[in-house]
Design a binder for this molecule. Structure first.
Ligand code: MSP
Length: 507
């Protein structure tokens, strides 16, 4: 039986600092995918959220002289503001300090414990606070964490362990039988190598910190932040509750995470689910990182670009377009405002914006602002050019190739601008004998802009809406495949020309 819903998630963000352009790249990609699937008529549930426990958050609060709860509440308000300003259309935002989450983490812990997969041991070794992670002696780089380079410290405490080693073979089978489970393929290979090199049990509790969910029946211990955080994907669905969300959406269709945390999601998380007797997510995708002038951008390194400021300056749509167009999702990329400005002026102002603006201006000038009838040429060069567009874009979206989807869409934008040059509506307008041809030219241009408004909607929702408003058409209630059929625009529709969508910016 197939599952009815499409459930897609972002990681939950550490609440210790505001999100940067790297996290924007991640969340905007997933948002575009969720919007696309909704347009296709699917029952989408898009989850994001905040990872509010653990040492990082406790430390950040201490540094500010406030309680961890005050700190994460403030951060959560900032996160909601971020989502609003970047047009992130999440269906739910889970916070790990919420009772609905804590309830499920406890249930989950008990299930895994009943399976015999949690035992009390003693942890002693090196610990990296920035990564919230124990570091194996063999991995240490002169006493420093191999991932972030921070100095580690020695920690020794009685702790609970999860029997990850028990799931080694089952994980290997998962990877072999379901090659689509971990993506892209080159990252899947890295994960498989980790599994094959041997898995050790994982320490899943802490007694040195207090800001966490208490281990059931073990005073003084809190659940390790990763064990707590991963459970968000089921707690947000109200696991073992009665609202039906869990039945409708689990297993997740897709977890999208950064390459640095793919390991937790393709190794620890499936093992935890196997232990708890729950179905596994269908796919985990590890995207690349955004760097600034060659350096890793991260909240902890302090070289952060605030996406809210950029969205304020250029519009959220322009930032979203830039992030998804510039860097293929699975690759690493770099952020620079100069590049953004260049793409803004070239792709948005000169190409898309200009196409929309001149089409609407000519409709006003030559047809009194009313969409003409293309009877003499019901189909034409643009209909031809659009024929394989949807199939191509759909293929790209299925593979999370947002950049290629946009590239393909912009080929069509260029084709439409070229069509204006070929047809020379200004010359057609001078010759009364060419009135029908002029009507066809402008109908097809208007139809091209309608089609484009639909295809850019996942990436640029506000601009898509503005284009349709200017074309004078109501919101589409049809599925994308139907709405993209050439000829959907009704002759006789009165347009409402507005301001240019992307006024050119000074370089
Ligand atoms: N809280 C954990 C995730 C728990 S999920 C059960 C965490 N949080 S994080 O805030 O540090 O990172 C959140 C996401 O942002 C991760 O997927 C991470 O890869 C991503 N990014 C952090 N820096 C990034 C870039 N510079 N570029 C792209 N994504 C980046 O890890």
């Amino acid at each position: 039986m197939s599952k009815p819903g499409f459930y897609v998630t972002t990681p939950i963000y550490y609440a210790n600092a505001p999100l940067h352009v790297g996290s924007a790249f991640e969340i905007v990609g997933i948002d575009a995918l969720a919007r696309y699937r909704r347009l296709c008529g699917e029952d989408v549930f898009f989850l994001t959220g905040l990872d509010e426990h653990g040492e990082k958050n406790q430390r950040a609060a201490e540094a500010r002289g406030i309680t961890p709860k005050q700190h994460v509440d403030e951060m959560a308000a900032g996160f909601l503001d971020f989502c609003r300003r970047l047009e992130v259309s999440a269906d739910d935002v889970i916070r790990t300090t919420e009772p609905r989450h804590k309830r499920v983490v406890e249930i989950f812990w008990r299930k895994v414990r009943e399976r015999g997969d949690i035992y009390l041991g003693e942890y002693s070794g090196s610990y990296c606070s920035r990564c919230e992670s124990y570091v194996r002696e063999a991995e240490l780089k002169e006493g420093h964490c191999p991932a972030c380079g921070d100095a580690t410290r020695n920690l020794s405490e009685p702790a609970y362990f999860f029997r990850l080693s028990k799931y080694q073979e089952a994980l290997k089978t998962l990877f072999v039988e379901h090659p689509e489970f971990a993506q892209p393929a080159f990252r899947r290979a890295e994960m498989l190598q980790i599994i094959e090199s041997g898995l050790e049990d994982v320490c899943v509790s802490r007694s040195s910190i207090h800001w966490g969910i208490p281990v059931p029946d073990a005073p003084g211990h809190v659940i390790y932040v990763w064990f707590d955080a991963l459970v968000n994907y089921v707690s947000a669905l109200g696991y073992q509750g009665d609202d039906g969300r869990f039945q409708r959406y689990w297993p997740a269709s897709l977890h999208v995470v950064g390459k640095d945390i793919l390991r937790w999601h393709t190794i620890l998380w499936p093992a935890m689910l196997m232990s708890a007797g729950l179905p596994l997510p269908r796919k985990v995708f590890g995207h690349g990182f955004i760097y600034v002038r060659g350096a890793k951008m991260s909240k902890s390194l302090g070289n952060v670009v605030d996406p809210r400021e950029i969205a304020e300056k250029y519009g959220a749509d322009a930032l979203r377009y830039f992030l998804l167009r510039e860097t293929p999702y699975e690759n690493d990329g770099s952020y620079s405002e100069d590049n953004l400005l260049e793409r803004y002026n070239a792709d948005l102002a000169d190409q898309l914006g200009n196409l929309v603006f001149r089409t609407l201006s000519m409709l006003d000038r030559y047809f009194g602002g009313v969409i003409p009838d293309p009877e003499s040429e019901p189909r034409g060069a643009l209909a031809e050019a659009a024929a394989s567009l949807f199939r191509d874009v759909d293929g790209c979206m299925a593979e999370l190739q947002f950049s290629r989807a946009l590239e393909r869409t912009w080929e069509f934008v260029r084709r439409a601008n070229q069509y204006v040059e070929e047809r020379k509506p200004w010359s057609q307008a001078k010759d009364p004998a060419q009135r029908a041809a002029l009507a066809a030219t402008l109908y097809h241009l208007a139809e091209a802009t309608r089609i484009l408004s639909l295809l850019i909607e996942p990436t640029m929702p506000a601009s898509a809406l503005a284009i349709r408003q200017q074309l004078g058409i109501a919101e589409e209630s049809r599925t994308l495949a139907e709405a993209l059929t050439w000829g959907g625009l009704k002759p006789g529709t009165k347009i409402r020309r507005g301001q240019p969508l992307f006024p050119k910016k000074e370089t």
